[in-house]
Write a new protein. Structure first.
Length: 122
């Protein structure tokens, strides 16, 4: 099977599982206070009015990243078994889960596009 595609999926799984830890630029509240990750959100003082919103946002990112990574592992197994259709289905689900965070995460959409391109060439 295509080792480059397998490597892309492995890297996407690693990135996805760590979204909440590595984070990205996002702001909370009218003062647009930047809280870049779950650890940073959890360290915010309890007096910060938007702390709970930031923690909840990053926990949702964490859960979504873990779900996408689980589907990515299914895609990886399918690729290793030379089942492009099953891999594409799993990667479709990954990019679907990522949709609320696509702009920030930029993880699964490129991988899904790569497998679609590969399938068109076959």
């Amino acid at each position: 099977m295509d080792q480059e595609l397998i490597q892309q999926v492995k890297e996407a799984i690693d990135r996805s599982v760590n979204w909440a830890e590595t984070g990205w630029h996002i702001t909370f509240g009218p003062r647009r206070t930047e809280v870049l990750s779950l650890p940073e959100a959890e360290k915010m003082p309890r007096t910060f009015v938007y702390r709970e919103e930031a923690v909840n946002y990053w926990k949702q990112v964490q859960l979504t990243g873990e779900d996408a990574a689980a589907s990515g592992k299914k895609a990886l197994l399918a690729l290793e078994n030379n089942n492009l259709k099953a891999a594409e289905d799993a990667l479709y689900f990954c990019q679907y889960l990522e949709k609320p965070f696509t702009k920030e995460a930029q993880t699964w959409l490129p991988v899904h596009q790569a497998i679609k391109k590969k399938m068109e060439a076959v």
